[in-house]
Design a protein around this ligand. Sequence first.
Ligand code: ACO
Length: 338
Amino acid sequence: MEKIETAVRNAVIRGTGHYIPPTVLTNADLERMVDTSNNWIVERTGIRERRILNGDREWGTSDMAVAAARQALADAQMDPSRLEAILVATVTPDFPLPSTASIVQLKLGASRSAVMDVVAACAGFIYALSVARAFIVSGVYRNVLVIGVERLSSITNYQDRNTCVLFGDGAGAAILSRGEPGEEDKGILSTFLSGDGQYKDLLHIPLGGSSVPLTAKNVDQPGRFIYMDGREVFKLAVREMADAAERVLAGAGVSADDVDMLIPHQANQRIIEALGKRMNFGPDRVFVNIDRLGNTSSASVPIALDEARRSGRIGPGSLVLSVAFGGGLTWGAVLYRL
Ligand code: ACO
């Protein structure tokens, strides 16, 4: 069901943070693993390298999430004990049970907060931010930690050139808090979420869930990794992200010209350019880091948001539009003023 919401009370972004693992996987590395070339990858995707959580470091998804969350808490000057809810958007949880949010809570020392994971693939952070905002504007919680984190390298088939050149690992986090008096102009102005299950097989992992559990017979099959029909996803991505963006602009009564920075999901340089062109955003108003990080799914928007803030490309008062698209299919947009 589609629904547009506009702010009644406001939820402001108090702090942001991110973590990217130190190990770099370059296009040259991939040339040695599958039948591909640096030229093909750069021309078709814009990606030059991506970061991978190296196996010799005993870290999982929750550790990257905690590193990003600590930065966001420091930025917001907030003690973890003040968090009332922790939402973790991920399709690569530490374990099927419990939620990664529970593990993040423990490692952060944020006991007694509500904890839950949000599963919406690359649109996960947009979904989680919208849920957090709904909690805050309805008066349920005052301070919510929202994390987008993925260890996509754990579900990527490094023998499939269609997908392995795209994905990377990382985490981004934001602290969302109820606005104080005088902050009425700040915060999330409007959100839009949507999805369409008829496209579920365009981007999926066929094996390993309760429907087709892993067995000794199928454990070596490629179906336990991500499968993507990239061409079909590409077409739908541009159309639906542009539609979602228009809806949140209309929901807040502003035009694309008013937006200081578009921070889109980093799936493909050509998708980002097509979106920018359709909405009349020049490169100076579009944040891109896909060349360095690849597609980090739900982590991509919060990493980009934090990098944009820390590099000074956006700051207090900036009007920012974030839009994402991913498996499900799911998509959505959020318009916010810092
Ligand atoms: N190196 C060399 N050749 C390749 C590679 C590669 N790494 N990958 C594919 N090819 C080949 C294909 O086999 C095909 O060859 P063929 O014509 O002989 O069959 C040819 O290149 C063209 O393939 P296309 O799939 O048409 O290439 P396209 O230009 O569409 O680019 C890509 C593929 C990059 C995957 C693109 O379609 C894309 O970015 N799609 C959208 C991805 C996306 O937005 N995903 C959503 C989020 S992801 C998530 O939720 C986890």
